[in-house]
Design a protein around this ligand. Structure first.
Ligand SMILES: Cc1ncc(COP(=O)(O)O)c(C=O)c1O
Length: 390
């Protein structure tokens, strides 16, 4: 075994993993159709078609497209009737928009800790912070793994809270046989270019509630009523629409989604088996109630004690030097100087500072030998860990 690349040795890989996003003639065909339709925004057929199909895909009655996952969060929170001063519970381990969207609407956020096995929200960790102003909880299906919706529903019922699922990373994920997005009052998705279904930028809100769907339609269309004259504005809304070109690409991507989901399942299963054999590396534990994981990210736990005390950031640097795409993931949201502060939350701290290592979804689309390279690279780093400067 040669030295790790970080110490000047040969990297395990020089070949890149499959690229992302991917497209073929189907995206081109639909894009040209959208172009030639003469309807590039309102009045075309691609958005409505995608909304119908995506709602079916997520077991929801409605899906409403909008410009991003971030604007989807704002639309949903506003449509759910949350007012400035109301409180919303969010995990402190998530993408920043889960917190900035409610803050922008004048809501106060309460940070919850995460479960150490799944990295999804543990609402019971902040039960004593719930007040009469607390109106909603936003579980995040992090990495494409559904949060514990049974526990969240129990908590929400106990405290009379609405549930908004942040499913930005969880296209096609299932909790106990039901796809996420409309298990709570509403759910949001992102179609940003890294996401498993993408059109570059875009988002959607899903819900089973007809009046919520009408309100979201209205809010994303500068407050126009869903059925009414064009220059009538009944509520204070935004222009958060997307174009027909984006919807055309999304339709083609949705057709590909089931096949890619199967590939990611297979890739994740292979990696689980390979990494489980390495002391100091632990794939996140499975939960039988998660009947489908969307695998937007493959996350494993790194234990520096098994690697001569090598800190996570150095381990990641070494793994990248071997040609393995990976990252350290989120830092606790309360450590951003422009976000509300909080006392350190035990499991959020541990995940972000010590143990969580993220591998992007497109790696899971690779062949078995490509995944074996990951295990081999980790073994090599482990062998020389003591020599890598901290
Ligand atoms: C958990 C989560 N919430 C919200 C968002 C926001 O989505 P967008 O980037 O489309 O605004 C993202 C996107 O990365 C996300 O991962």
């Amino acid at each position: 075994m040669s030295l790790p690349a970080i110490l000047g040795g040969e990297p395990i890989r020089r070949r890149p993993y499959p690229g992302w996003p991917i497209h073929d003639d189907r995206e081109k065909e639909l894009l040209i159709k959208a172009l030639e339709s003469g309807r590039w925004s309102v009045g075309g057929s691609f958005q409505e078609e995608f909304e119908k199909r995506f709602a079916e895909f997520q077991d929801a009655k409605h899906a409403l497209l909008c410009s991003s996952g971030t604007t989807a969060l704002k639309l949903a929170l506003r449509a759910m009737g949350l007012k400035p001063g109301d409180e919303v519970i969010v995990p402190a381990y998530t993408f920043i928009a889960t917190a900035t969207a409610p803050i922008e609407l004048g809501l106060r956020i309460i940070y919850a800790d995460i479960d150490p096995q799944s990295y999804t929200i543990d609402p019971w960790s902040i039960e004593d912070e719930v007040t009469e102003k607390t109106r909603a909880i936003v579980p995040v299906h992090i990495a494409g793994r559904p949060a514990d919706m049974d526990s969240i529903r129990e908590f929400a019922e106990k405290h009379d809270l609405m549930i908004l699922e942040d499913a930005a990373q969880a296209h096609g994920a299932e909790w106990m046989g039901r796809r996420v997005g409309a298990i709570g009052e509403a759910g949001i998705f992102s179609f940003y270019q890294s996401k498993n279904i993408t059109c570059g930028e875009g988002g959607a809100v899903t819900t089973n509630d007809d009046s919520l769907a009408d309100m979201i339609w209205s809010l994303r269309n500068v407050g126009r009523p869903r059925r009414g004259p064009w220059y009538e504005h009944r509520v204070f809304g935004w222009n958060y629409r997307i174009t027909e070109f984006q919807a055309a690409i999304l339709l083609a991507q949705l057709e590909k989604a089931p096949r890619l989901m199967d590939l990611r399942d297979r890739g994740a299963e292979t990696l689980d088996k390979l990494l489980d054999k390495i002391d100091g590396i632990e794939p996140l534990k499975h939960d039988k109630r998660v009947t489908r994981h969307a695998h937007h990210l493959y996350i494993f736990k790194y234990d520096p004690r098994e690697f001569g005390g090598l800190p996570k950031e150095k381990f990641i640097e070494a793994l990248r030097a071997e040609g393995i795409p990976c990252s350290s993931g989120y830092r606790p949201l309360y450590t951003y100087e422009f976000l509300p502060k909080n006392k350190p939350l035990e499991n959020v701290e541990k995940a972000s500072r010590i143990e969580a290592v993220w591998i992007p979804q497109y790696v899971l689309l690779a062949e078995r030998e490509d995944l074996e390279d990951i295990a081999e690279a980790i073994e090599k780093i482990k062998k020389y860990a003591g020599k890598i400067p901290k």
